[in-house]
Write a protein that binds this ligand. Structure first.
Ligand code: FIX
Ligand code: ZN
Length: 437
């Protein structure tokens, strides 16, 4: 009998895992960052000059932190109100948040910790009592070089944008300059939520934009809506089509014939013809507190039947899926075991906290092996790439070290090459291969 080689000990495994994760560039498959051609926050003064948000004032006014500061100084208390906050300048908002969440209280939440990690990784002291020293530092940065610096610190080799075609400001920018997305560091994604969330209103917009569509799914409407998608896929060079969907999303939906028809007669054929996956981000309940703006959205448990029915009904199509509710995660993993055209990705939004990321990643490795995409950053502010991937790599180090130690103790002859190959799949190759199988 051949005795298994002396298993690699845990400490050695941890070193190999940490090295592999540090060296493996990430393709970040979902962010809200933009190329500099879309315009960028301007320093000094932190005025918003476009869609690319970066720098200390944007970091500190991230909508996660807006929600958290209104817990400390609620609307109607100490002279603060939603209206007053939104009338403040960005720098005044940032000063308010820094004071209450970072100086007067311990910045212990994950969103607060992220700002600290980012500043530290940039070589700054995160313990300043005011934001002025940081503003002076950011005012010296050149945004184009800063993008390279952030990508190097985060070891991200490609930033995937989210490009909502129904956003009037962004659509006008694309129509004015079709090359606006042409930056080798970024890739575009066609985001089309209204076409499913509110077909009639969306169809009306397409008609305004010159597409011969009506509310009814006539062949003409089908053809012209497909043309609309083809036009924007080609203009953006989109690498997939995306939607965020409410907890109530289901397919087929007995009460929303329009949605079923849009999926069956427009979206699925277009995705097949352009060989693009459809990314479904399911479970966001929008505007539960509208006065909080982007911070006012909520999570709700969704139906996994929608996912399995779509994967089953459209075996030629590919589906990237992330769900927002923790309660949906196990059933989503099991669904992925049933369908090879389903790729589970990320720990989205309210799941992007170490305690849940760790639980989800362990469950996914145990149920799916290496056939999933553990994380996306969802970065809204460019600098967040630094902390979102720093924190993710730390968690992956813990989880993968445990799993490889289990393997080693089970007699598997683990080598550093196994670890490097797996990490490449998890952080980059699974996504790239799923885009172009
Ligand atoms: O729908 C989405 O892409 C969500 O990620 C965003 O709307 C959300 O505000 C966010 O940035 C979460 O991290
Ligand atoms: Zn997002």
């Amino acid at each position: 009998m051949i005795l298994p080689a002396q298993p690699m000990d845990r400490a050695k495994i941890a070193r190999h895992v940490e090295d592999a994760l540090a060296q493996q560039p990430v393709t970040d498959l979902h962010t809200h960052c933009y190329t500099p051609a879309f315009g960028a926050t301007r320093y000094p003064g932190a005025e918003r000059g476009g869609l690319l948000l970066w720098g200390i004032d944007e970091l500190v006014t991230y909508h996660y932190l807006v929600a958290e500061v209104f817990r400390i100084v609620p609307d109607g208390r100490d002279g603060m109100s939603y209206q007053k906050f939104w009338r403040m300048s960005r720098t005044e908002q940032a000063d308010h948040i820094w004071k209450h969440l970072f100086v007067e209280r311990t910045p212990i939440s994950e969103a607060c910790r992220g700002v600290l990690t980012t500043l530290t990784r940039l070589g700054l002291d995160p313990n300043e009592s005011t934001l002025e020293p940081y503003r002076r530092w950011f005012a010296q940065q050149n945004i184009d070089q800063y993008i390279d610096k952030v990508m190097e610190l985060a070891n991200v080799d490609s930033i995937t944008m989210t490009n909502p075609v129904f956003d009037d400001e962004e659509r006008a920018m694309w129509l004015k300059d079709a090359a606006i997305g042409d930056d080798p560091r970024f890739e575009a994604v066609l985001r089309i939520d209204p076409l499913l969330r509110n077909w009639k209103e969306a169809a009306g917009k397409l008609a305004q934009w010159g597409y011969d569509v009506t509310n009814e799914f006539t062949q003409r409407t089908i053809d012209q809506t497909r043309k609309f998608l083809f036009d924007w896929i080609d203009r953006q060079k989109a690498i997939y089509i995306a939607m965020s969907l409410p907890p109530s999303f289901t397919y087929p939906d007995p009460h929303q014939v329009d949605a079923n028809q849009f999926i069956e007669k427009v979206l699925m054929p277009v995705c097949r013809e352009r060989n693009l996956p459809w990314a479904m981000m399911i479970g966001s309940r929008l505007g539960v507190n509208p006065q909080l703006g982007d911070a006012g959205d909520m999570v709700g448990r969704a139906s996994i039947e929608a996912v399995t029915n779509l994967c089953c009904a459209f075996p030629e199509n590919r589906f990237l899926v992330t769900m927002l509710s923790r309660e949906n995660q196990h059933e989503l993993c099991v669904a992925a075991r049933k369908f090879g055209n389903l790729m589970v990705f990320g720990c989205w939004w309210f799941l992007n906290n170490p305690v849940i990321i760790e639980e989800m990643t362990r469950m996914r490795l145990e149920l799916l092996g290496t056939s999933f995409i553990p994380q996306h950053s969802d970065a809204r502010i460019l600098d967040q790439l630094i902390y979102k991937w720093d924190h993710t790599r730390r968690i992956l180090t813990r989880v993968l070290t445990d799993k490889y130690t289990d393997l080693s103790e089970a007699g598997f002859r683990l080598t550093p090459e196994h670890i490097r190959k797996d990490v490449a799949l998890l952080l980059r190759e699974n996504f790239r291969n799923f885009l172009a199988p």
